[in-house]
Design a protein. Structure first.
Lengths: 235, 437, 401
């Protein structure tokens, strides 16, 4: 459902050109759970931004659900982002002046969903992440793990085609991290496609498919269960 | 420590030059506007003779029939009739007193050097100079005998002396006023009052007179009144004597009363006087009223400070409030952005009070700079006022009080505005800002 | 798609910035409405019709100190001389001059004093039959007085019997409209109204009856006299330059002073009001600018504080227009509350001004017009920062501080 062909991204600053991504090719099927790893500075974040249509790319082709993203203007990309993608950020990015209910509501309002339908979805998603009782609270009143769960609820409320998670457990302790991962796995089992960027190999191991970004290019290998196979693969 | 805070404040200013400049500008504009209208107000309402303003009193007598009105708030006529002025002048009551009338002459010398010109004059009894604290640079005032004899003598002011006699001692020289010659017997020094409080009838801010002559000359030579003459009843006033005997009011009268006892005694005297006049057929009314007003009361009663001025001062202060709200916003922005640095300082041992004080000093410095710039803007504003309305020439200026008030107002308003942001920033929890981002 | 409820909740949770803006908007509205009203009042005062062709008329003072001529006779000669000067339309001795702040007034009544009767406050000028033409005013009914009816004298033996008055005075004394030909009393002196003038302002524009003027053909000059001269358009300055010399040549034991145009006199009389008007204009201009800059600055600051949030919203699917409208709506909400308070404050301030000063009742349309103008101004001030906000890239959301 998602295809990237020969994607490259060049940042031009004064005299210096930086190739963040070059000749990047990727195919993602419905229902996959992909972990994207790589050293820092490899271009993981750039890949994420492009996949999420947060940035335009310099060359190549990006097809999402049959739509050629490269041909879209800014408004169309915004609309598509809103409808098809759910974001989960490392820093949670909840809006501090809004309570949990209002935070989850933000993308739904942009889509023009009516109040009654919004209410239904928000309550359902809060239930799903186990925070229904705290709908009126402000983000500052929650722990890091809880904030991330709200962010996940926000991502889910729009019934997106796939979730883009950027270091979702980066700011959490190990207990909370494990809870968030379990939640993501559950959501994946329920049928959502997830692309997760992470530098934590533990986390990456839990995803059925791993891809590695090195120097702006993709190296794809899939982990089978068990570390034996790693050894067998000569890693 | 204070100097250290000044140093910190200055560096903080330099770090965000645009925001700092905007803040200084906002305060300067607010101060500039406020000080422009406040200075004019201050000059208009300033006590012109503070050493004795509560000792000098005007007298108003309610001479009209019952039911008649005047355009003053208490219906009292603003001036006295000739009879009353003369009677009070001769009475054995009160301290020094003066009765006077404004007039004018064609002024010329026996030579062709100076073309005849109009001179503004005042006919007054001799206590005038002493009562209003005038000083002589040559000669002196006329004697009581000269006053009684309606002697043709004149006291001139320094400006006129410069014009006619090149500033030399003119005592004994003659000058022609209209068709008669008068002997100059004295020259008074510059009389720098902004408000002509002793006679507010024809413009409170006009210049003082150039010529002063014995009051008795008016009757003796039938000199014309150049001030206001007002009547409230129908009277035949074809001849000069008719006018002197009429109920028309056109004379000014001041009396010096130094203690409350003296004032009360004089008040009693006035009541007795009016009752006595009633027997002569005047003061045809039931309730007899006489009012005494000292210099400041008189100025207020005559609305020397015009309504327009009061309105402008009020609006200016409201405007200052808007500028302050502006600054408050900018201060909040600036201080809160600096919270991480404050966090570090607190971690290094600064107490809340020290942080608070540091920021107040910064705010005060802002006020000081704004006050200074505001003075410059106010000077521009006052120049504009003087250009627009030359009558305000001496009013639209900043005296020492105003010059000092500008930074004081600026600093105090800035400090008030800065209290909330400074308090906010000193109560932030340092720990939050010490975590790495 | 106005996110009114969430914007409102967000504002309630971080009130300070909003309150500061509120206060500025409220005070600005209050001040500007009242100041604009006062300005308008002054403008109509300053631009009022006086009835005279002011730029073509000048006046001057004559102070005679020589005692060897009869003043009234001398002034007759002077009038004749002045009327001959090329460029002069007409000239006349006038006991005082209009628009100068200096003059004479009395009550003109229907019955002679001391009988009680209806009376009207009137300012009067002693002037001969050339008066109407010299002052350039219009006679709309009846007639001017003839030369014979003008009394030129140095005593009070004979008094004038006719008068020409303004329509306003006529209507005040004779509301049924039958005033022409009637007799009015100046004290106990009877005068028949033989002519009516259209509009003619007296010496004091701020009088209770500035339009009640009577011309009386009784010339008994004192030592202080005034002359009024009307010239052809454009000739006034050249005649003014000549008049002192011409008058002194006729008789030199006098001082000719204060040669000035009628419009100059009016300007001096109105100078304080002109100043007030100018200061108010300066005040409200600066005030509006300061408030607009305040809104601009505060919005810029808010945006920089919320950069991460704006990026996140974009990432979640907000179009650029949604970001702009967010700030416009937020500002509009604050503005509306500020305006409501401001309108109330404006009305209250208007009441205060009316009570304590002689300002008339504030016209509500000024308040509403000001509120609308302030609203538009604040939206415009937010627009540029809002557009800047909309250009924040959604990729900010994935950047870690």
């Amino acid at each position: 459902m998602l295809t990237m062909n020969n994607i490259s991204k060049v940042y031009q600053t004064d005299m210096v050109q930086t190739h963040a991504l070059r000749d990047f090719n990727l195919q993602v099927e419905e229902g996959e759970f992909i972990a994207v790893t790589g050293p820092s500075g490899s271009g993981k974040t750039t890949f994420l931004n492009i996949a999420g249509m947060l940035e335009p790319f310099s060359e190549g082709q990006y097809m999402l659900d049959g739509i050629d993203v490269g041909k879209l203007n800014d408004n169309q990309r915004a609309d598509l982002r809103n409808q098809k993608i759910g974001f989960i950020f490392q820093g949670f990015n909840l809006i501090p002046d809004l309570n949990l209910y209002e935070n989850i509501e933000v993308p739904l309002r942009y889509r023009g969903i009516k109040a009654a339908e919004r209410k239904r979805r928000i309550e359902q998603c809060l239930e799903q992440v186990g925070l229904a009782s705290r709908a009126k609270h402000l983000p500052q009143q929650l722990s890091g793990g809880q904030q991330q769960r709200v962010a996940i609820a926000r991502a889910l409320a729009g019934e997106p085609r796939f979730l883009l998670a950027d270091e979702p457990t980066g700011n959490l302790d190990s207990l909370m991290a494990r809870q968030v991962m379990e939640l993501l796995e559950q959501i994946n089992r329920d049928g959502a496609t997830i692309i997760m960027v992470t530098h934590d190999p533990e986390l990456a191991r839990r995803a059925p498919r791993n891809i590695q970004v090195v120097d702006g290019q993709l190296a794809d290998f899939t982990l089978y269960q068990g570390t034996q196979n790693l050894k067998a693969a000569g890693v | 420590m204070f100097l250290h805070y000044l140093d910190l404040s200055w560096r903080s200013f330099k770090r965000t030059p645009l925001v700092s400049f905007l803040m200084v500008l906002a305060i300067a504009i607010g101060i500039g506007v406020t000080m422009t209208s406040l200075s004019v107000y201050h000059m208009m309402s300033a006590d012109p003779i503070p050493e004795k303003s509560s000792d000098l009193y005007t007298v108003q007598l309610q001479t009209m029939d019952e039911g008649r009105t005047w355009w003053t708030v208490d219906n009292m006529p603003l001036q006295l009739t000739y009879q009353d002025a003369v009677n009070l002048n001769q009475a054995n009551a009160g301290g020094k007193r003066v009765t006077m009338v404004r007039t004018g002459f064609s002024v010329y010398l026996d030579s062709d050097k100076v073309k005849p010109f109009i001179g503004q004059a005042r006919l007054t009894t001799p206590d005038f100079f002493d009562m209003f604290n005038l000083s002589f640079i040559y000669g002196g005032v006329w004697s009581t005998q000269q006053e009684a004899d309606a002697a043709p003598v004149v006291v001139i002011n320094k400006e006129l002396n410069d014009k006619l006699f090149a500033g030399e001692n003119p005592v004994g020289k003659m000058v022609y006023l209209d068709d008669a010659s008068y002997e100059v017997i004295g020259v008074i020094d510059d009389w720098d009052i902004t408000t002509k409080y002793y006679d507010l009838n024809n413009g409170a801010f006009n210049k003082t007179e150039q010529l002063f002559l014995p009051f008795s000359l008016m009757k003796a030579r039938q000199l014309e009144n150049w001030g206001n003459t007002n009547g409230w009843k129908h009277e035949k006033t074809n001849t000069f004597n008719d006018k002197l005997n009429s109920e028309m009011v056109w004379l000014q009268f001041w009396v010096e009363l130094k203690t409350p006892a003296e004032k009360q005694a004089y008040q009693d005297f006035l009541m007795a006087y009016m009752q006595e006049q009633q027997k002569l057929g005047r003061f045809n009314r039931e309730k007899l009223t006489a009012t005494l007003r000292d210099v400041n009361e008189w100025m207020q009663y005559n609305n020397v400070v015009s309504e327009d001025n009061e309105i402008l001062v009020g609006l200016s202060f409201m405007f200052l409030a808007v500028c302050l709200a502006n600054i408050l916003g900018l201060l909040l922005a600036k201080f809160l952005r600096r919270a991480p640095e404050v966090g570090v300082r607190r971690a290094l041992g600064a107490s809340k009070r020290q942080i608070f004080f540091q920021h107040i000093v910064e705010v005060a410095m802002l006020g000081f700079l704004g006050g200074i710039l505001g003075i410059i803007l106010a000077q521009v504003g006052l120049l504009g006022v003087r250009q627009s309305y030359s009558y305000y020439q001496s009013l639209a200026t900043m005296d020492l009080t105003m010059l000092l008030s500008a930074p004081v107002i600026a600093i105090s308003t800035c400090v008030i505005a800065g209290l909330y942001p400074a308090w906010l920033v000193c109560k932030t929890n340092p720990a939050i800002y010490l975590k790495s981002q | 798609m106005l996110e009114i409820k969430p914007i409102f909740h967000a504002l309630c949770r971080s009130k300070v910035g909003a309150i500061l803006l509120l206060i500025q908007i409220a005070i600005t509205t209050a001040i500007v409405s009242n100041a604009a009203f006062i300005i308008q009042d002054r403008v109509s005062y300053l631009s009022q019709e006086t009835g005279y062709p002011e730029q073509d008329i000048f006046v001057f003072n004559v102070m005679m100190f020589g005692k060897d001529v009869s003043p009234s006779q001398q002034y007759e000669l002077d009038e004749a001389m002045l009327r001959q000067i090329p460029g002069v339309v007409d000239a006349a001795y006038s006991s005082n001059t209009p628009l100068s702040g200096s003059g004479s007034s009395s009550d003109f009544s229907l019955k002679p004093a001391p009988e009680e009767s209806k009376s009207a406050r009137t300012s009067y000028m002693f002037i001969d039959e050339h008066g109407i033409n010299t002052y350039g005013v219009k006679l709309i009914a009846g007639r001017n007085y003839t030369e014979d009816e003008v009394i030129v004298t140095d005593n009070y033996d004979e008094l004038s019997k006719v008068t020409v008055v303004t329509k306003t005075l006529l209507d005040e004394l004779f509301p049924e409209g039958n005033g022409l030909g009637q007799t009015v009393y100046f004290g106990d002196i009877p005068m028949k109204i033989i002519g009516v003038i259209d509009l003619m302002k007296g010496p004091w524009l701020k009088d209770s009856r500035p339009d009640n003027v009577a011309l009386l053909p009784f010339i008994k000059p004192g030592t202080n006299a005034r002359f009024v001269v009307r010239t052809e358009p454009g000739q006034r300055q050249s005649v003014m330059n000549r008049v002192e010399e011409a008058m002194l040549k006729n008789y030199n034991k006098r001082v000719i002073s204060r040669i000035r145009g009628l419009d100059d006199d009016k300007e001096s009389y109105m100078a304080e009001d002109t100043l007030m008007m100018r200061m108010l204009i300066v005040l409200i201009t600066i005030l509006v600018l300061v408030t607009a800059l305040g809104i601009f600055g505060l919005t810029l600051f808010n945006i920089s504080k919320r950069t991460k949030q704006i990026g996140t919203r974009r990432a979640l699917g907000a179009r650029k227009s949604a970001i702009i409208s967010y700030f416009l709506v937020e500002n509009a909400m604050i503005c509306i509350v500020g305006l409501v308070i401001g309108v109330i404050a404006a009305v209250y301030l208007g009441q205060l001004l009316m009570q304590h000063f002689s300002i008339s009742q504030l016209d509500i349309s000024y308040v509403l017009a000001t509120a609308l103008a302030v609203f538009v101004m604040s939206l415009l001030a937010v627009l540029a920062p809002a557009k800047r906000a909309a250009n924040i890239s959604p990729s900010i959301a994935t950047r870690t501080i």
